[in-house]
Ligand binder design. Structure first.
Ligand SMILES: Cc1ncc(COP(=O)(O)O)c(C=O)c1O
Length: 383
């Protein structure tokens, strides 16, 4: 079966968060992280069929989905989990917030490797938990942990280590040995690990597998909360289905303490979409990854020719973290917006010298955005 990722899908008027913000303006929106692709046919058909039934009452998490998640973790990562370890959530973001609220008490301290998807920090701020940001470092073209600085930042009251693997916005797939050293560090300092692995199926380089940190060893699993979801890889975050995988019973009970009081289960369409994606979505996912790989290459090639811009090779995700320091402008996000491309300002993730570009879009749209970015860059040269 072939899948069409190239024909633009009109998203105006569909309440898209990414598109509505610039509605009526000649702006290409490449910021919020969803793609411009239709979800897999199997997902759409399953949702249609459920809609045909007509009753959308309260829905219990289906055992079939628990079994499909268990089977997928075993097949993709050789990670053996139990159905009972899964706590369903409407999205990964609520899981980040639950971790800050329930795995830490006031006075506890968290470590936050940055730059990082903004909800990690937001979770700590809203829960009023103190934290230290520990910048990643660029080594051999990859954003990796600064292990010395992590060691220097840990405190007696440190309780939680947040991890984003693969990394948003850095695009790194952390290797087994990088994760092993991080996990050893967590063990040594008795830290819980909250690992957001939502991008774990958007892998763009052959031979670089995703390793769930909890799969490294039983003693790591017992201190880990792993968050995951098919929302990103299969592009239905608006329907929303996610979960936490938590082996340790006490940790699981703490994490889910006020479940159903503040956080709901996924909607029936989230459950339906997740099950269909896991059962029948692999062919579509492989085709989407091939398409995203081409877009990544198109982007890297183009950015490589532009003076003042630099980016690391993107191993995973459809997000590029672009260093604009060489442009020598006070606000690169504003500059690109003036030239008709809306990116995410790097300050949102912890570094104002950068912008983040979402390349989960059609080839022609990306090409046009890159032309506009090039003219923005040349406008800085002619000042
Ligand atoms: C690392 C990361 N976590 C979580 C999310 C959002 O997850 P959800 O829509 O399932 O709440 C995103 C979306 O961009 C993300 O990049």
């Amino acid at each position: 079966m072939t899948f069409d990722f190239d024909t633009p899908v009109e998203r105006a008027g569909t309440w898209s968060a990414r598109w509505e913000k610039y509605a009526g303006r000649d702006v290409i929106p490449l910021w919020v992280a969803d793609t411009d692709f239709r979800a897999p046919p199997a997902v759409l058909e399953a949702m249609h069929a459920r809609l045909g039934h007509g009753v959308m009452g309260y829905t219990a998490p289906p055992d079939e989905l628990r079994a499909a998640i268990v089977a997928r973790m075993q097949r993709l990562h050789g990670w053996r989990i139990e159905p009972g370890w899964i706590v369903f959530l409407p999205g990964v973001v609520p899981g980040l917030h639950l971790a800050a609220r329930h795995l830490m008490t006031s006075g506890d301290h968290a470590l936050l490797p940055t730059p990082l998807y903004h909800h990690f920090k937001r979770a700590l701020e809203l829960a009023q938990r103190v934290h230290t940001e520990v910048p990643l470092v660029l080594q051999a073209g990859r954003w990796v942990f600064d292990e010395e600085r992590l060691a220097a930042s840990v405190q007696p009251q440190s309780r939680l280590l947040y991890l984003c693997n693969p990394q948003n916005p850095g695009g790194t797939i952390f290797t087994r040995s990088e994760l092993q050293r991080l996990a050893d560090f967590a063990l040594r300092h008795d830290l819980w690990i909250c690992s957001d692995e939502i991008h774990s199926e958007i892998l763009l380089d052959a031979g670089k597998p995703h390793v769930p940190v909890a799969s490294l060893a039983p003693e790591i699993s017992r201190r880990s909360v792993t968050l995951n979801s098919p929302n990103k890889a299969f592009n239905f975050p608006g329907a929303g289905c996610a979960w936490a995988i938590i082996e340790d019973e006490r940790l699981r009970a703490a994490f889910a303490a006020d479940h159903h009081a503040t956080i709901h289960d996924p909607s029936v369409f989230g459950f339906i979409g997740a099950l269909a994606a896991y059962r029948e979505g692999d062919g579509w996912l492989a085709a989407q990854l091939a398409y995203l790989r081409q877009r990544r290459d198109q982007l890297e090639q183009s950015i490589g020719t532009l003076p003042g811009l630099a980016m690391a090779h993107v191993e995973a995700t459809y997000l590029a973290w672009i260093d604009c320091a060489g442009l020598d402008v006070p606000d690169a996000h504003a500059l690109f917006l003036q030239h008709g491309v809306a990116l995410s300002p790097g300050a949102q993730f912890g570094d104002a010298r950068f912008v983040r570009l979402n390349f989960g879009t059609q080839r022609a749209r990306l090409a046009l955005a890159l032309e506009r970015i090039a003219s923005a860059v040349s406008s800085t040269r002619s000042r």
